[in-house]
Write a protein that binds this ligand. Structure first.
Ligand code: ZN
Length: 221
């Protein structure tokens, strides 16, 4: 059993779409989970539909949504305070040093982050790379395991079958509750499923097909 799990992603909602079912399973086992969220996603273009945010109010709104989602998932939240869409320009060593300090305090047995260069968004790639580097800076015998999440359409072709494939359909209601906390983001995503698959599709079934499994590669140092 894990001692403590630390999740490191850059945006509010990455945790809910990417790993909520896995987080819920760990919490069921009584494993503490801490989310290190890189930014507030304040540069997002999605202002809700109907529009309920503007450039000034979006950070506060996304912060509230993030706090709500962490409550649903029953995990601790640490906001890292980086600026959205600029993580790729941050000095990677500095970000890694920052993360290492937090990781050494928490002493997790497992870290979940994005797989660098296989995570679609530059912020995902940058923070994943920094997290992996942070762990590399820790003495070998104290290093937590790293699960790296690849989300490109071609990741299985590129990297092979993931090492860990969690069937999270049993925890699906919790996952959807967490996703729906991110009202400013989730509506657009869910609408796009409807448009791509036709309105007759049962939404939950469609969501389960897309989000019912969470997979990770064990990072090899
Ligand atoms: Zn993201």
């Amino acid at each position: 059993m894990e001692k403590h799990v630390v999740v490191i992603y850059p945006h509010p909602d990455d945790e809910s779409f990417g790993a909520a079912g896995t987080i819920a399973k760990f919490r069921e086992q009584g494993v503490p989970v801490t989310y290190l969220c890189g930014t507030l996603g304040e540069m997002g273009r999605n202002m809700g539909n109907p529009t309920f945010a503007n450039r000034e109010t979006l950070p506060e709104i996304r912060k509230k949504e993030l706090i709500e989602a962490c409550k649903v998932l029953d995990m601790e939240l640490i906001m890292l305070g980086y600026r959205d869409k600029t993580l790729e320009y941050e000095d990677r060593n500095e970000v890694a040093g920052h993360l290492k300090g937090i990781i050494e305090k928490i002493e997790p047995s497992l870290i979940i982050t994005h797989y660098p260069e296989h995570a679609v968004h530059p912020d995902h790639n940058a923070l994943g790379a920094a997290a992996i580097e942070a762990v590399q800076l820790i003495d070998t015998e104290k290093r937590p395991t790293v699960w790296a999440q690849a989300i490109t359409n071609t990741h299985v072709e590129d990297l092979g079958k993931p090492d860990v494939i969690n069937d999270v359909r049993d925890n699906f209601d919790t996952k959807m509750d967490a996703i729906l906390c991110h009202q400013s983001q989730a509506n657009g995503v869910i609408r796009s499923w409807n448009q791509s698959e036709g309105m007759d599709n049962d939404l939950k079934e469609e969501a389960m097909k897309r989000l019912g499994f969470e997979s990770f590669y064990i990072w090899k140092y």
